[in-house]
Ligand binder design. Structure first.
Ligand SMILES: O=C([O-])CC(=O)C(=O)O
Ligand SMILES: [Mg+2]
Length: 200
């Protein structure tokens, strides 16, 4: 634990990024795993996300809060959007993703729909959402940023760690990150040993 207490946030995120999200979920007693309806939107497998949460809550189908938040993003941030689980409009696409990438943002998680999924994969920009639709967003507001937001029933605080892979998304509370990393790495080591015993 003392070694972990000295890890920088970047090192902590790198260590989490090396683990399957399932192992991290298990290390949190299977809690804090985001609703299974929120998945990678890349047409192919291989999306992998690990970064620091910047939560924003928007009205269903409206992305003003995303536009206003993107200029504030820092390298390593993940934009996490409570879009009210409204799937009738896409809140982001490749253009907004490109602007976020230019800020150093490493991915998005949205309780909403998105569009331009093929472009997002070609850009290697991981986006997790409830689905895709060609229907574009409105841009009127309101929105709330800078405080916790709910995504798929999980509360996300600013600075929490956001992890995603082809199984889905989990949120690691920042204050518990070191303790959860120890348990998740132990779980991964145990499963690696079990695989060898089973013979694959
Ligand atoms: O037009 C929008 O607001 C969403 C979109 O498709 C993009 O960002 O590429
Ligand atoms: Mg677009």
């Amino acid at each position: 634990m003392s070694e972990l207490a000295e890890l920088t946030e970047v090192e902590l995120i790198e260590r989490f990024a090396a683990l399957p999200v399932a192992n991290v979920g298990d290390a949190m007693d299977r809690l804090n795993v985001v609703d299974s309806g929120i998945q990678s939107v890349w047409p192919s497998a291989g999306a992998k996300l690990a970064g620091r949460a910047v939560p924003v809550t928007v009205a269903g189908g409206d992305n003003l809060g995303i536009h206003e938040t993107i200029p504030t993003l820092q390298p390593g941030d993940v934009l996490v959007v409570n879009g009210q689980a409204a799937t009738h409009r896409a809140l982001i696409g490749e253009l907004i993703a490109g602007r976020a990438m230019a800020q150093g943002c490493v991915g998005f998680v949205l309780d909403a729909s998105v569009r331009d999924a093929v472009d997002l994969e070609q850009m290697r920009f991981p986006v997790f959402a409830r689905g895709t639709t060609p229907a574009g967003p409105y841009r009127n507001g309101p929105f709330v940023g800078g405080v916790a937001a709910a995504v798929g029933t999980v509360v996300v605080h600013p600075g929490d760690l956001v992890l995603g892979d082809d199984d889905g998304v989990a949120i690691v509370p920042r204050v518990r990150a070191a303790e959860i990393l120890v348990k998740a790495e132990a779980k991964h080591a145990a499963e690696t040993k079990q695989r060898a015993e089973i013979g694959f």
